[in-house]
Design a protein around this ligand. Structure first.
Ligand code: PEP
Ligand code: MN
Length: 270
């Protein structure tokens, strides 16, 4: 099925160019984001990620910096010519994010938060919709319909692993769902191997597998100092590991008729 193309400040999702989004799980401060943005930009990422509102399993874990984190993320992105993505956990956070965030992410835990989806449907802003870890592909597609039917056509799907009987890894990366979505859904589909595996040693091989099976891009956790990350350190790539991945991707992409998306000329001069 022909994939719809979604443009984010000159970057195209769903076209022949493969889009890599990278950055830390959570915004922790201005210096961390500066180091992260410069490292991922240097290695060829097209967008910067960083959560400011974090959906943590424990209420005692770091919950994110909130709105100041959104400001830090957007400033780091602007300095390095990288559009930014951050998770929106609640509709009340939308107004504070609209001015500074280019793609709004709906996390796995909120995939079926229908009032949030309805609020995002009214916007003219791209939404990245993660698959819930206990959701079927059909439920994922129907969650996307809430956005499309509500008037927002700019939806990107993201497979981030599902919960199965397997316990060796954080989740089970369902790459067959990605291949299936490419056949049966018009929306671009990207893969998050960081949350899918929970283990940085598996992020490079699963990223290459995602590229091979037809994904339109990747959402990756990269931290300047993973061992000191406040959130999800064990699955974060260090900058040199991210660089290694970016060097390996072109060969795999070429074998499936794709290429690594490059910064557009207008962004290169930012
Ligand atoms: C994230 O990307 O920061 C995140 C919390 O992911 P997920 O919703 O897939 O768990
Ligand atoms: Mn994370």
């Amino acid at each position: 099925m022909e994939t719809s193309r979604i443009a984010v400040k000159g970057i195209e999702f769903g076209g022949p160019g493969f889009v890599v989004i990278a950055g830390p799980c959570a915004v922790e401060g201005a210096e961390q984001m500066e180091l992260a943005a410069s490292a991922v930009r240097r290695a060829g990422a097209l967008m910067l990620r960083g959560g400011a509102f974090k959906p943590r399993t424990s209420p005692y874990a770091f919950q994110g910096m909130g709105e100041p984190g959104i400001r830090i993320l957007s400033e780091a992105g602007r300095r390095h010519g990288l559009p930014v993505i951050a998770e929106v956990m609640d509709a009340s956070q939308i107004p504070g994010m609209l001015e500074r965030v280019d793609v709004l992410q709906v996390g796995a835990r909120n995939m079926q938060n229908f009032s949030l989806l309805r609020a995002l449907a009214r916007l003219r802003r791209p939404v990245l919709l993660k698959r819930g870890f206990c959701s079927t592909v059909r439920e994922w597609f129907l969650a996307a319909e809430y956005l499309l039917d509500g008037g927002n056509e700019q939806v990107i799907l993201c497979e981030r692993g599902i919960r199965t009987f397997e316990t060796a890894l954080r989740n089970t990366l369902d790459l067959s769902a990605v291949a299936y979505a490419k056949l049966h859904n018009r929306l671009p589909v990207i893969v998050d191997p960081s949350h899918a595996t929970g283990n940085r040693d598996l992020v490079i091989p699963m990223s290459l597998a995602a590229a091979a099976c037809g994904a339109d891009g990747l959402l990756l956790e990269v931290h300047p100092d993973p061992d000191r990350a406040l959130c999800d350190g064990p699955q974060a790539l260090a900058p040199d590991e991210f660089q290694t991945l970016m060097e390996k991707l072109p060969k795999v992409l070429e074998s499936v008729g794709r290429f690594l998306g490059a910064p557009s000329l207008s962004r290169a001069s930012v």
